[in-house]
Design a protein around this ligand. Structure first.
Ligand code: TLP
Length: 339
């Protein structure tokens, strides 16, 4: 089976398993896990923030950030296609009493400064006020778009002009930095907080980081506890997370493999595939006469796994557990499956 559903499916390699076994541990709720402390310091440093917090999932990182930045009942500005809007179970409303004002941030998924300014609402007797702008880079549902740092900065500046903080869902922000060939701090500098995942292309079995100011992270630590995410001897998973941070440069290989995959898929009759910017490939399957679910079923029968990302959109994602040969084999199998 060639599993292209997500870059979350990677399995920890031997080295990570050894790191897990040997990691120094302590009770992290008391701040006593040395491996977690090292990971948090290293993560903060990498993205140029004062502090960072280890969280079990990217979703928790985003949700904790939203809760810390806002007051109950406020509005959040976010792209209609963003992960916080589409794939987090309406958590902004459920956890923090927030209402989302969705923006059509075409085509990249980052709103223009004008969209931010138009979307902003000042608090008054009728209106709740805007409490947060949430951005995403790379942008998953828009095909792994790597958003240039200038666009992030412009949107953030428009929010800051109104006193609105900015959170970046940077689940795959290192993919963006590698694709754009810029230091990741160019992308993270303009935002107040950033979440990034260790458990996606970087290959850790679990974990994400939430970074920001000392004060933000102190509040986030309490909110993580409130959400049930206060963990104990988690050096055993933080160790592989630290090891995963050494894998950033390998993401370029995933991006190359995604281009090969996209090229191959685009030549399959009935598929229309745009050139990917990172490791995510979206295929429009409408011309096959099948919907995405039917295509995915056929692919599974031919030992290729992919994910539905719309009625006629199928997502394929490259990662460190598939190589060039796997990708070429996958293209052949897709062609056979759709004959
Ligand atoms: N994305 C998953 C699915 O939820 C769609 C995937 O397979 O891509 N932000 C972004 C941009 C994400 O893509 C994801 C996961 C998250 C946040 C949440 O991370 P986790 O799964 O760790 O909660």
């Amino acid at each position: 089976m060639i599993d292209l559903r997500s870059d979350t499916v990677t399995k920890p390699d031997e080295e990570m398993r050894e790191v897990a076994r040997d990691a120094a541990v302590g009770d992290d709720v008391y701040g006593e896990d040395p491996t977690v402390n090292e990971l948090e310091a290293r993560a903060a440093d990498l993205v140029g923030k004062e502090a960072a917090l280890y969280v079990p999932t990217g979703t928790m990182g985003n949700q904790v950030a939203a809760r810390v930045h806002t007051e109950h009942g406020q509005e959040v500005l976010a792209d209609r296609q963003s992960h916080v809007v589409k794939y987090e179970l309406g958590g902004l409303a459920q956890h923090s009493g927030l209402q989302v004002r969705m923006l059509d941030a075409d085509p990249n998924g980052v709103p223009t400064p004008e969209q931010v300014a138009d979307g902003y609402v000042a608090e008054d007797v009728h209106r709740p006020g805007t409490g947060l702008l949430c951005l995403e880079n790379t942008h998953n549902a828009r095909g792994g778009r790597a958003i240039p740092s200038g666009e992030i900065a412009a949107a953030a500046e428009a929010a800051h002009d109104h006193g609105v903080p900015v959170h970046l869902d940077g689940a795959r922000v290192f993919n963006a930095a590698v694709a754009l060939d810029v230091p990741v701090t160019d992308i993270t500098e303009p935002v107040d907080s950033v979440m990034f995942c260790l458990s996606k292309g970087l290959g850790a079995p679990v974990g994400s980081m939430l970074a920001g100011s000392e004060e933000f992270v102190e509040r986030a630590r309490r909110t993580r506890k409130l959400f049930g995410g206060g963990m104990r001897q988690v050096g055993v998973i933080a160790g592989p997370g630290l090891r995963a941070l050494e894998n950033v440069d390998d993401l370029a290989t995933d991006h190359e493999n995604a281009r090969v995959l996209a090229d191959g898929l685009d030549s399959v009759a009935g598929l229309s595939v745009a050139e990917p910017e990172t490791n995510i490939v979206l295929a429009d399957v409408a011309e096959t006469g099948l919907d995405a679910a039917a295509v995915i079923d056929r692919l599974r029968d031919h030992e290729v796994l992919a994910t539905q990302f719309g009625p006629t959109t199928v997502r394929f994602c490259t990662h460190r557990d598939v190589d060039r040969e796997d990708v070429e084999t996958a293209v052949d199998r897709v062609a056979t499956a759709l004959e």
